[in-house]
Write a protein that binds this ligand. Sequence first.
Ligand code: SF4
Ligand code: SF4
Length: 284
Amino acid sequence: MTRAELDDLFRTSGAVGWGWTPYEALCSYMDEAAREKAESLCPGPRSVLAAAFSYYTGDRPGDLSLYARGRDYHLVLTERLGTVCDILRKKYPMYSFTAGADSSPLPERAAARLAGLGIMGRNGLVILPPWGSWLFLGTVLTDLPLDLPLAAPSPDCMGCGRCAAACPGGALRETSFDPERCLSHLTQKKGELPPEQADRIRTHPLVWGCDVCQRVCPYNAAPRKTELPEFREGLIDDLTPDMVEGLTNRQFKERFGDRAFAWRGPAPLRRNFALQGHAAGTDG
Ligand code: SF4
Ligand code: SF4
Protein backbone atom coordinates (compact mmCIF):
# COMPACT_ATOMS: atom_id res chain seq x y z
CA MET A 1 0.00 0.00 0.00
CA THR A 2 1.38 3.41 -0.89
CA ARG A 3 1.72 6.37 1.41
CA ALA A 4 -0.89 8.22 -0.69
CA GLU A 5 -3.40 5.36 -0.32
CA LEU A 6 -2.91 5.34 3.45
CA ASP A 7 -3.19 9.15 3.52
CA ASP A 8 -6.59 8.80 1.83
CA LEU A 9 -7.69 5.99 4.12
CA PHE A 10 -6.87 7.87 7.32
CA ARG A 11 -8.27 11.15 6.00
CA THR A 12 -11.54 9.37 5.22
CA SER A 13 -11.58 7.96 8.74
CA GLY A 14 -11.51 11.51 10.14
CA ALA A 15 -7.88 11.41 11.34
CA VAL A 16 -5.94 14.68 11.06
CA GLY A 17 -2.59 12.91 10.86
CA TRP A 18 -1.03 9.47 10.88
CA GLY A 19 2.33 7.77 10.77
CA TRP A 20 3.84 4.35 11.22
CA THR A 21 6.62 2.61 13.06
CA PRO A 22 7.93 -0.97 12.97
CA TYR A 23 6.55 -2.87 15.99
CA GLU A 24 10.07 -3.88 16.94
CA ALA A 25 11.07 -0.24 17.48
CA LEU A 26 8.12 0.23 19.85
CA CYS A 27 8.99 -2.86 21.90
CA SER A 28 11.63 -1.01 23.92
CA TYR A 29 8.82 1.22 25.29
CA MET A 30 6.71 -1.77 26.39
CA ASP A 31 7.06 -4.07 29.38
CA GLU A 32 6.78 -7.83 29.01
CA ALA A 33 3.06 -7.90 29.93
CA ALA A 34 2.26 -5.28 27.28
CA ARG A 35 4.27 -7.16 24.64
CA GLU A 36 2.52 -10.43 25.52
CA LYS A 37 -0.87 -8.77 25.28
CA ALA A 38 -0.05 -7.10 21.95
CA GLU A 39 1.31 -10.35 20.53
CA SER A 40 -1.78 -12.27 21.65
CA LEU A 41 -3.97 -9.72 19.82
CA CYS A 42 -1.76 -9.94 16.74
CA PRO A 43 0.73 -12.85 16.60
CA GLY A 44 3.95 -11.90 14.81
CA PRO A 45 3.28 -8.13 14.77
CA ARG A 46 5.32 -6.13 12.26
CA SER A 47 3.92 -2.61 12.09
CA VAL A 48 2.03 -0.05 14.15
CA LEU A 49 0.08 2.77 12.53
CA ALA A 50 -0.64 5.72 14.82
CA ALA A 51 -3.42 8.20 14.04
CA ALA A 52 -4.52 11.49 15.62
CA PHE A 53 -8.11 12.76 15.82
CA SER A 54 -8.92 16.33 16.84
CA TYR A 55 -11.64 17.09 19.40
CA TYR A 56 -11.35 20.86 19.90
CA THR A 57 -14.66 22.72 19.62
CA GLY A 58 -13.66 26.12 20.99
CA ASP A 59 -12.96 27.54 24.41
CA ARG A 60 -16.39 26.87 25.92
CA PRO A 61 -17.07 27.42 29.61
CA GLY A 62 -17.85 24.32 31.66
CA ASP A 63 -16.65 22.08 34.47
CA LEU A 64 -15.52 19.10 32.40
CA SER A 65 -12.20 18.84 30.64
CA LEU A 66 -12.73 19.56 26.93
CA TYR A 67 -11.89 15.99 25.95
CA ALA A 68 -14.75 14.60 28.05
CA ARG A 69 -17.62 16.72 26.67
CA GLY A 70 -18.46 14.81 23.51
CA ARG A 71 -18.95 11.12 22.86
CA ASP A 72 -16.43 8.81 24.55
CA TYR A 73 -13.31 8.83 22.39
CA HIS A 74 -12.67 5.14 23.08
CA LEU A 75 -15.91 4.32 21.27
CA VAL A 76 -15.38 6.87 18.49
CA LEU A 77 -11.79 5.92 17.68
CA THR A 78 -12.48 2.20 17.95
CA GLU A 79 -15.29 2.60 15.40
CA ARG A 80 -13.37 4.89 13.06
CA LEU A 81 -10.15 2.86 13.18
CA GLY A 82 -12.27 -0.32 12.99
CA THR A 83 -13.42 0.88 9.56
CA VAL A 84 -9.78 1.45 8.56
CA CYS A 85 -9.04 -2.14 9.67
CA ASP A 86 -12.02 -3.50 7.69
CA ILE A 87 -10.73 -1.86 4.51
CA LEU A 88 -7.18 -3.10 5.11
CA ARG A 89 -8.47 -6.63 5.80
CA LYS A 90 -10.25 -6.67 2.45
CA LYS A 91 -7.08 -5.63 0.70
CA TYR A 92 -4.82 -7.96 2.69
CA PRO A 93 -6.99 -10.93 3.75
CA MET A 94 -4.00 -12.94 4.96
CA TYR A 95 -3.06 -10.34 7.57
CA SER A 96 -4.45 -9.24 10.90
CA PHE A 97 -5.40 -5.65 11.81
CA THR A 98 -6.39 -4.58 15.33
CA ALA A 99 -7.58 -1.12 16.28
CA GLY A 100 -6.79 0.32 19.72
CA ALA A 101 -7.52 3.54 21.58
CA ASP A 102 -6.13 4.20 25.03
CA SER A 103 -6.93 0.78 26.47
CA SER A 104 -4.62 -0.96 24.01
CA PRO A 105 -1.28 -2.44 25.20
CA LEU A 106 0.57 -0.17 22.76
CA PRO A 107 2.14 3.03 24.16
CA GLU A 108 0.40 5.47 21.83
CA ARG A 109 2.52 8.53 22.50
CA ALA A 110 5.72 6.57 21.93
CA ALA A 111 4.22 5.17 18.72
CA ALA A 112 3.33 8.70 17.58
CA ARG A 113 6.83 9.93 18.39
CA LEU A 114 8.55 7.10 16.51
CA ALA A 115 6.14 7.62 13.63
CA GLY A 116 7.11 11.30 13.43
CA LEU A 117 3.52 12.33 14.10
CA GLY A 118 3.55 15.98 15.23
CA ILE A 119 5.71 17.50 17.96
CA MET A 120 6.26 16.10 21.46
CA GLY A 121 5.17 18.58 24.11
CA ARG A 122 7.01 18.88 27.40
CA ASN A 123 3.58 18.30 28.95
CA GLY A 124 3.70 14.79 27.47
CA LEU A 125 1.14 15.51 24.76
CA VAL A 126 1.41 15.22 21.00
CA ILE A 127 1.02 18.59 19.25
CA LEU A 128 -0.02 18.68 15.62
CA PRO A 129 -0.32 22.19 14.14
CA PRO A 130 -2.83 23.62 13.27
CA TRP A 131 -4.85 21.35 15.58
CA GLY A 132 -2.73 21.99 18.65
CA SER A 133 -2.62 19.27 21.28
CA TRP A 134 -6.39 18.72 21.51
CA LEU A 135 -6.00 15.26 20.04
CA PHE A 136 -6.92 11.67 20.71
CA LEU A 137 -4.46 9.04 19.60
CA GLY A 138 -5.30 5.59 18.32
CA THR A 139 -3.36 2.75 16.75
CA VAL A 140 -3.65 -0.09 14.28
CA LEU A 141 -1.48 -3.11 15.05
CA THR A 142 -0.75 -5.46 12.17
CA ASP A 143 1.44 -8.34 11.07
CA LEU A 144 1.68 -6.70 7.63
CA PRO A 145 5.24 -5.47 6.97
CA LEU A 146 4.95 -1.97 5.54
CA ASP A 147 7.27 -1.10 2.72
CA LEU A 148 7.26 2.64 3.35
CA PRO A 149 10.08 5.04 4.25
CA LEU A 150 10.49 5.59 7.97
CA ALA A 151 9.87 9.10 9.28
CA ALA A 152 12.32 10.87 11.56
CA PRO A 153 11.01 10.77 15.15
CA SER A 154 8.94 13.78 16.23
CA PRO A 155 10.96 16.77 17.43
CA ASP A 156 10.47 18.25 20.89
CA CYS A 157 8.34 21.34 21.41
CA MET A 158 9.88 24.80 21.78
CA GLY A 159 10.28 24.13 25.51
CA CYS A 160 8.90 27.47 26.70
CA GLY A 161 8.07 25.98 30.11
CA ARG A 162 4.63 27.63 30.36
CA CYS A 163 2.93 24.29 31.00
CA ALA A 164 5.15 23.47 33.99
CA ALA A 165 4.88 27.01 35.37
CA ALA A 166 1.07 26.95 35.18
CA CYS A 167 0.52 23.38 36.40
CA PRO A 168 -1.78 23.79 39.42
CA GLY A 169 -0.73 20.54 41.05
CA GLY A 170 3.02 20.97 40.56
CA ALA A 171 2.91 17.68 38.67
CA LEU A 172 4.93 18.90 35.71
CA ARG A 173 8.52 19.77 36.41
CA GLU A 174 11.42 20.61 34.11
CA THR A 175 12.20 16.97 33.34
CA SER A 176 9.65 14.90 35.26
CA PHE A 177 5.95 14.27 35.73
CA ASP A 178 4.31 13.10 38.96
CA PRO A 179 0.84 11.66 38.22
CA GLU A 180 -0.06 11.71 41.93
CA ARG A 181 -0.02 15.52 41.76
CA CYS A 182 -1.84 15.79 38.43
CA LEU A 183 -5.41 17.09 38.71
CA SER A 184 -6.47 15.12 35.66
CA HIS A 185 -5.40 11.91 37.36
CA LEU A 186 -6.69 12.89 40.82
CA THR A 187 -10.20 13.80 39.61
CA GLN A 188 -10.43 10.32 38.08
CA LYS A 189 -8.99 8.45 41.04
CA LYS A 190 -11.34 6.19 42.98
CA GLY A 191 -12.04 6.23 46.72
CA GLU A 192 -11.15 8.60 49.50
CA LEU A 193 -8.12 10.75 48.79
CA PRO A 194 -5.31 11.65 51.18
CA PRO A 195 -5.80 15.19 52.59
CA GLU A 196 -3.17 16.77 50.36
CA GLN A 197 -4.78 15.39 47.19
CA ALA A 198 -8.31 16.26 48.41
CA ASP A 199 -7.13 19.86 48.95
CA ARG A 200 -5.95 20.07 45.35
CA ILE A 201 -9.41 19.07 44.10
CA ARG A 202 -11.11 21.58 46.46
CA THR A 203 -9.57 24.52 44.64
CA HIS A 204 -9.78 23.06 41.13
CA PRO A 205 -12.47 24.51 38.83
CA LEU A 206 -13.21 21.27 36.96
CA VAL A 207 -15.01 18.26 38.36
CA TRP A 208 -13.30 15.99 35.81
CA GLY A 209 -9.88 16.44 34.21
CA CYS A 210 -7.59 19.45 33.86
CA ASP A 211 -6.79 21.46 30.74
CA VAL A 212 -4.31 23.97 32.16
CA CYS A 213 -1.13 22.65 30.52
CA GLN A 214 -2.93 22.67 27.17
CA ARG A 215 -4.57 26.07 27.54
CA VAL A 216 -1.28 27.84 28.18
CA CYS A 217 0.67 26.14 25.40
CA PRO A 218 1.56 28.55 22.55
CA TYR A 219 0.80 25.85 19.98
CA ASN A 220 -2.81 25.99 21.21
CA ALA A 221 -3.21 29.75 20.71
CA ALA A 222 -5.67 29.41 17.81
CA PRO A 223 -6.27 25.74 17.08
CA ARG A 224 -8.45 24.59 14.23
CA LYS A 225 -11.75 23.05 15.35
CA THR A 226 -12.65 19.41 14.88
CA GLU A 227 -14.90 18.37 12.03
CA LEU A 228 -16.01 15.15 13.71
CA PRO A 229 -19.70 15.19 14.66
CA GLU A 230 -19.13 12.92 17.68
CA PHE A 231 -17.00 15.65 19.28
CA ARG A 232 -19.04 18.63 18.02
CA GLU A 233 -22.61 17.62 18.77
CA GLY A 234 -24.54 16.73 21.92
CA LEU A 235 -21.82 18.14 24.15
CA ILE A 236 -22.14 18.20 27.92
CA ASP A 237 -20.13 21.24 29.03
CA ASP A 238 -21.32 21.33 32.61
CA LEU A 239 -22.11 18.50 34.92
CA THR A 240 -24.05 19.41 38.07
CA PRO A 241 -24.39 17.42 41.31
CA ASP A 242 -28.10 16.87 40.55
CA MET A 243 -27.18 15.07 37.33
CA VAL A 244 -25.20 12.38 39.17
CA GLU A 245 -26.90 12.29 42.58
CA GLY A 246 -29.38 9.54 43.42
CA LEU A 247 -28.57 7.44 40.33
CA THR A 248 -27.72 3.78 40.75
CA ASN A 249 -24.56 2.69 38.95
CA ARG A 250 -26.76 1.15 36.30
CA GLN A 251 -28.84 4.29 35.82
CA PHE A 252 -25.65 6.34 35.65
CA LYS A 253 -24.29 4.01 32.98
CA GLU A 254 -27.53 4.16 31.00
CA ARG A 255 -27.46 7.95 31.07
CA PHE A 256 -23.76 8.63 30.62
CA GLY A 257 -22.31 5.31 29.41
CA ASP A 258 -21.19 6.88 26.11
CA ARG A 259 -19.15 9.59 27.86
CA ALA A 260 -15.47 9.49 28.76
CA PHE A 261 -16.12 10.88 32.27
CA ALA A 262 -18.30 7.87 33.11
CA TRP A 263 -15.75 5.06 33.08
CA ARG A 264 -15.16 5.23 36.85
CA GLY A 265 -18.88 5.36 37.68
CA PRO A 266 -20.57 8.19 39.62
CA ALA A 267 -18.58 7.93 42.88
CA PRO A 268 -15.47 10.01 41.95
CA LEU A 269 -17.70 12.74 40.48
CA ARG A 270 -19.84 12.88 43.65
CA ARG A 271 -16.70 13.01 45.78
CA ASN A 272 -15.24 15.82 43.67
CA PHE A 273 -18.46 17.83 43.84
CA ALA A 274 -18.56 17.38 47.62
CA LEU A 275 -14.92 18.49 47.97
CA GLN A 276 -15.62 21.54 45.81
CA GLY A 277 -18.51 22.47 48.09
CA HIS A 278 -21.34 21.65 45.71
CA ALA A 279 -24.32 19.69 47.00
CA ALA A 280 -27.17 18.19 44.97
CA GLY A 281 -30.07 20.64 44.76
CA THR A 282 -27.88 23.72 45.12
CA ASP A 283 -26.39 23.98 41.63
CA GLY A 284 -27.58 23.99 38.08
S1 SF4 B 1 -3.32 18.15 33.45
FE1 SF4 B 1 -3.24 19.87 34.93
S2 SF4 B 1 -2.34 19.03 36.79
FE2 SF4 B 1 -1.94 17.54 35.15
S3 SF4 B 1 0.07 18.09 34.36
FE3 SF4 B 1 -1.40 19.25 33.10
S4 SF4 B 1 -1.63 21.23 34.16
FE4 SF4 B 1 -0.63 19.81 35.60
S1 SF4 C 1 3.66 25.04 27.01
FE1 SF4 C 1 5.73 25.30 26.08
S2 SF4 C 1 6.98 23.69 27.06
FE2 SF4 C 1 4.83 23.17 27.45
S3 SF4 C 1 4.27 21.76 25.78
FE3 SF4 C 1 3.70 23.83 25.11
S4 SF4 C 1 5.50 24.60 23.96
FE4 SF4 C 1 6.17 22.82 25.17
